[in-house]
Design a protein around this ligand. Sequence first.
Ligand code: 1BN
Ligand code: ZN
Length: 341
Amino acid sequence: MKMHPTSRMLFHIPCLTPHVSFITFHVSRFIFHVSHFITIFFPVLLLAQDIPVFNSERAFNFLEQQCELGPRNPGSSGHRQGLQFILKTVVPLADSVIQQQFIHIDPYSGEMLTLTNVIAQFNPAMKKRIWIAAHWDTRPWADRDRDRKKRKQPILGANDGASGVAVLLELAHHLSQIHPNVGVDLVFLDGEDLGKRGDLRNFFIGSRYIAKNIPTEFPEYCILIDMVGDADLEIPKEGYSVMQAPHLVNQLWQEAEDLGLASFQNVVKHTIEDDHVILFEEGGIPAVVIIDFDYPNATINYWHTTEDTPDKCSAESLEIVGTLLLYHIFGLGKIQIKNYK
Ligand code: 1BN
Ligand code: ZN
């Protein structure tokens, strides 16, 4: 497995202003460097771990393989196959896999839907844990399609569904080989997109269930990823996340800056109700979302349309988000785990 040399990315030494005499300047610069080495570098060197390199090709393949199953809305054959695809991939990689299966009565049709949250655990014995989550179901209706005739069709969800799962499955490959100093649960949530437009009570069914039935040690925090495959990737901070876990948001966007990931923008642009709000409000878990809501941009929209297909996504976008998560899990992030409430 390829590794990032951790030291290449972590250190930056600020310049001193040249208004002191030559000797004073060099002596003070020496003391400055030595003291910085002791206070910053030494603990980092002790704690730093090699950071695996995200395999963007394999990740994009996970996205395509899900889309080949067709729409994965609950009740469909694609949904049943989507679950089997996730299980088939994570069971050989994870230390343990929990399936949380439950029945949901669809309020619009009265249909009984079987929903399943999947939790792939790494280091399950560790009390200190974080959740990395994504929804795996896709929306039953393309209700924002520009073609009215298509608005009752289910969507393929290359970005809205498959992209987050693809990143999680790629993370599973790395977590199976190198163990970070924290327990990690990859949480695949079902029933995220079951609500009609404007009816938020009927979205986020899987996260409502897991929030009330937490099957792991209580996590320190949760990072949700959603719509991270957009080929034109732009990820501003999200409003609820900033309110729910401001330190975690700042840490993640700082880590993105450390890595030079320019798609992460240090502005709050949208306030979006997603699974992270339910996990926080109903489960008490400090939760944030990494989401590119302008898909592909502020003037064109593929979100909740039949145009949410793999050609609108890219391996590079998955790599950007996956690289940040690997850096967070294996790198400096683990030093800073604390109470995010
Ligand atoms: C995100 C992707 N969401 C659904 N698909 C959550 C959401 C629901 C965002 C309603 C805005 C409105
Ligand atoms: Zn959606």
